[in-house]
Write a protein that binds this ligand. Structure first.
Ligand code: AKG
Ligand code: FE2
Length: 181
């Protein structure tokens, strides 16, 4: 598990570098997102046992991920669903040797909403016990999050990362609207 987490950390740093370069942000901001000291990282193992009637149950309720970036491994069994405006919930089929990369709330804020969030959930199935592995990467909890300084009209207020996370814990999907300018 430690080796897996280490590889996820390296991959999330590489991806964030590429993503942030497209925003043309400052080196200081890149350091904030990727800084190795005090950055948040967590590996979450999700376990969804078989369910006799999947239409009556959900594995994981709809949500957006809170940190900057998530690397999700579906371990070969489908179950992840995303909400697409206009067409509703649709399944994300697992692709061999590939991860699902989710933009988290903090990256949405930092990109001044340029990178959209996708609400997602996990369904259960009758025949397979499903496991998924989510790796979450975020900046230090004591740092501040705000739209990058390159945006002249920030659409979110600045606040501490830990303040945003407690707003999210209390207000779930309404947290973002509470910090809109
Ligand atoms: O199990 C899945 O496919 C989704 C997991 C997830 O969204 C999460 O852990 O945040
Ligand atoms: Fe998630």
């Amino acid at each position: 598990m430690d080796a897996y987490q280490h590889q996820m950390k390296l991959l999330s740093h590489k991806l964030l570098h590429i993503i942030l370069e497209t925003l043309d942000v400052t080196q200081e901001e890149i350091d904030w997102a990727i800084s190795t000291q005090d950055s948040q990282q967590a590996l979450q193992l999700n376990s969804y046992p078989c369910c006799p009637n999947p239409s009556l149950a959900l594995g994981l309720a709809p949500h957006t991920d809170s940190l900057l970036l998530t690397l999700l491994n579906q371990c070969g069994i489908s179950g992840l669903e995303i909400f697409v405006e206009g067409s509703g919930w649709s399944q994300v089929q697992p692709v061999e040797d590939a991860f699902v990369v989710n933009v988290g709330d903090l990256l949405h804020i930092f990109s001044n909403a340029k990178f959209p969030l996708l609400s997602h959930r996990a369904s259960v199935n009758q025949s397979n016990h499903r496991i998924s592995i989510a790796y979450f990467h975020g900046p230090p909890v004591e740092s501040s999050v705000a739209p990058s300084s390159k945006f002249q009209k920030p659409c979110f207020k600045s606040l501490l990362v830990k303040e945003y996370l407690s707003l999210k814990a209390k207000h779930f999907s309404r947290a973002l609207s509470l910090i809109q300018t």
